[in-house]
Design a protein around this ligand. Structure first.
Ligand code: SAM
Ligand code: SF4
Ligand code: SF4
Length: 362
């Protein structure tokens, strides 16, 4: 089986060991999978719907007018999500990220944030395309959201609109970021997926714009998630290439990870202009540190972003099963986990019928 790697993968000078990394808090029980990885993070997709049709995530040809999104009765209620989060907290989960689809299109999302914010010791965050953030930022902050990640792929409207495919203007996402700042949500991180030939020409302008802004810009390698985006390795711009381009104009140096297993590798501008991050999920797979479990909109658990099958938690939730029994079922699922998709990515795995990211939660 040929494992797909870019040509100079093994010599990547940006690859750093996690030595010196601070351990995570680890204040809860430690539940380990077959590879010794603890369960620490839960990503919850709270809707499979989105008002964008990003070409790398929900291409219009597939997610067009006839696409069958989940029926309202099929999706987990706020009460069910909160119950699950509490159970996961008791199993050692420290961080919950609300995602989707577009989480801010779910009605009254701030009520869910308020419910989750009451769980002691839980670090809550949310990833959004920013389209509704201007309207929602204050309510989210008041509900207890302290930090957020906003996705933005270019500052150039022609490029951005070609990517979101619904003619959504950049200015409104920027206004959302400003509103989050004004509401006191901090940090506001910015995610940029880089796809060759589409927005790689925007890397430097994005870096210049967010340098010294107090926002951490993170570049994400384009991934073969789902089965609809027509992914090809040639479309991936490696983290190494991105860093080289930035370094040539604005010199950078590596920074130690905040904790072992941090997904984004951290870099800082040598002139004190702040930090950037790279998420090299394709060229520098980080499966060995992957502590994430995903809960889909309709209550299925996935132990890997590239999974083809999930575990039906909703049936347990809706059939009178106790918290202790659910915790036991989740623990048993995690203990059996051996996923390391990105480390073994190959021509065969790329063509598997994987779950869409908008459903499983990015
Ligand atoms: N709608 C929200 C948003 O766009 O931020 C949250 C869900 S989205 C699926 C979560 C993240 O996944 C976004 O930052 C998005 O850019 C990223 N993403 C989606 N498809 C991707 C792909 N094929 N490769 C890499 N990142 C991807
Ligand atoms: Fe929607 Fe986010 Fe997917 Fe774009 S990346 S289509 S904003 S879910
Ligand atoms: Fe985790 Fe799967 Fe991604 Fe590897 S491929 S880092 S196991 S989600």
């Amino acid at each position: 089986m040929d494992v797909i790697r870019p040509a100079r993968f093994d010599k990547d000078p940006t690859a750093r060991s996690a030595a010196g990394a601070r351990p995570r808090r680890g204040d809860g029980p430690i539940l380990e999978d077959t590879q010794g990885r603890p369960l620490r993070d839960l990503r919850i997709s709270i809707t499979d719907r989105c008002n964008f049709r990003c070409v790398y995530c929900m291409p219009k040809e597939v997610f067009g007018p006839h696409y069958q999104f989940l029926d309202r009765r099929e999706i987990l209620s706020f009460e069910e999500i909160t119950r699950v989060a509490r159970i996961f907290r008791s199993l050692g989960v420290e961080k919950v990220r609300l995602t989707g689809g577009e989480p801010l299109v779910r009605r009254n999302v701030e009520d869910l944030v308020a419910m989750l914010s009451e769980i002691p010791g839980l670090d809550l965050t949310l990833t959004t395309n920013g389209s509704n953030l201007k309207q929602k930022a204050q309510a989210l902050r008041e509900a207890g959201l302290r930090r957020i990640t906003v996705s933005l792929d270019s500052l150039d409207n022609a490029v951005f609109q070609a990517m979101n495919d619904v003619s959504f203007p950049v200015e409104r996402v920027i206004a959302g970021i400003e509103a989050a700042d004004a509401a006191g949500i901090s940090p506001v991180k910015v995610n940029m997926v880089v796809k060759r030939g589409l927005n790689d020409g925007s890397v430097l302008s994005m870096a210049r714009f967010f340098k010294s802004s107090g926002h951490i810009l993170r570049f994400i390698e384009y991934m073969d998630v789902g089965a609809t985006n027509g992914w090809r390795m040639d479309d991936v711009v490696s983290a190494r290439e991105i860093l080289r381009r930035i370094d040539a104009e604005m010199p950078i140096e590596p920074v130690n990870p905040n904790y072992q297993g941090e997904v984004a590798k951290r870099w800082r501008y040598k002139d004190g202009g702040g930090e950037i991050g790279v998420i090299a999920s394709v060229t520098q797979a980080f499966c060995r540190d992957c502590t994430r479990l995903r809960l889909s909109t309709e209550g299925r658990l996935y132990t890997c972003l590239f999974a083809t099958e999930g575990f039906d938690l909703k049936t347990l939730l809706r059939s009178g099963t106790s918290d202790a029994e659910i915790a036991e079922a989740v623990a048993s699922l995690w203990k059996r986990r051996g996923d390391r998709y990105s480390e073994i990515r190959s021509a065969e795995t790329v063509s598997l019928k994987k779950i869409e990211m908008s459903y499983i939660g990015g």
